[in-house]
Design a protein around this ligand. Structure first.
Ligand code: FE2
Ligand code: FE2
Length: 258
């Protein structure tokens, strides 16, 4: 089974580049499931809207994960509550709308997609390590294919989590930093791992935002509104092959630009 995961799709630029690149990839690769982190997919790069997730579904994305921008748009609460293709971090406070994981069918297999958020240099959340154990327990023996998007800032927390999850899940891929790391590997107990998939969207901004505004904010430390950058784009993704027993046999990092 082959899974394609697309890193933080950012704003109008990211959405439009997914529309351009994804159909070509689907034509050349045998892909059974497409997942995308959509936490920045709203037109302005903040959160999700029904238009941004529908756009991604139309491109071929089947499951959407989120991160710290989960509640940025007002309409997100209802959207997340009612669409079971959208997964928000599982370790948010108890009782918030939506689900921390979703289970779908991929061929003859039950496939779980889990979203977790880190705690190092991030907002407050419950322990993602213990949240993973709870979810793996809930999924039971019927679900062997478990894909985790770990949305975190610190490489140390992500690597520690990868080893903690090794052998318990099929894959752990990181998101949030918007910068792709080159450490893709199969961990000793056959979990595919990558610290950060990177961002899909404007290539020449700062993490997808117009660079002049970001530079000015560093210079004068005064508030200024970030805007999604224009210009050349990049597509950051990871392609993972899983065996019938749920463990990974290969992981390939993808970075496409124009
Ligand atoms: Fe992001
Ligand atoms: Fe994020």
């Amino acid at each position: 089974m082959n899974v394609l995961f697309i890193g933080d799709v950012t704003g109008k630029s990211g959405l439009q580049y997914v529309k351009e690149v994804l159909p070509k990839l689907l034509a050349t690769h045998d892909v059974d499931l497409v997942i995308a982190n959509a936490e920045n997919s709203a037109w302005n790069g903040r959160g999700i809207t029904s238009a941004s997730v529908e756009f991604l579904y139309d491109c071929g994305v089947e499951i959407v994960t989120l991160g710290n921008h989960v509640w940025d748009q007002k309409e997100a609460q209802e959207l997340i509550a009612h669409d079971d293709r959208i997964v928000r971090p599982a370790n948010l406070p108890v009782g918030v709308p939506g689900r921390g994981y979703t289970v779908c069918s991929v061929g003859k297999h039950r496939f779980a997609v889990v979203s977790l958020i880190g705690r190092t240099f991030m907002g407050l959340s419950d322990c993602p390590f213990r949240a993973l154990d709870r979810i793996v327990d809930e999924l039971g023996h019927d679900v062997k294919h478990i894909f985790v998007d770990f949305h975190g800032e610190a490489t140390s927390e992500k690597i520690a989590f990868g080893f903690y999850a090794d052998g318990k899940v099929s894959a752990v891929v990181g998101t949030h930093t918007h910068v792709q790391t080159a450490d893709e590997r199969i961990l000793p107990k056959k979990t595919a791992y990558l610290t950060d998939v990177g961002m899909t969207g404007p290539k020449d901004g700062v993490l997808g935002m117009k660079r002049d505004v970001v530079i000015q904010r560093f210079l004068d430390q005064m508030p200024a509104k970030y805007e999604v950058a224009d210009g050349a784009r990049q597509f950051s993704a990871v392609f993972i092959t899983l065996r019938d027993d749920g463990m990974a046999s290969s992981i390939e990092r993808m970075y496409i630009t124009e």
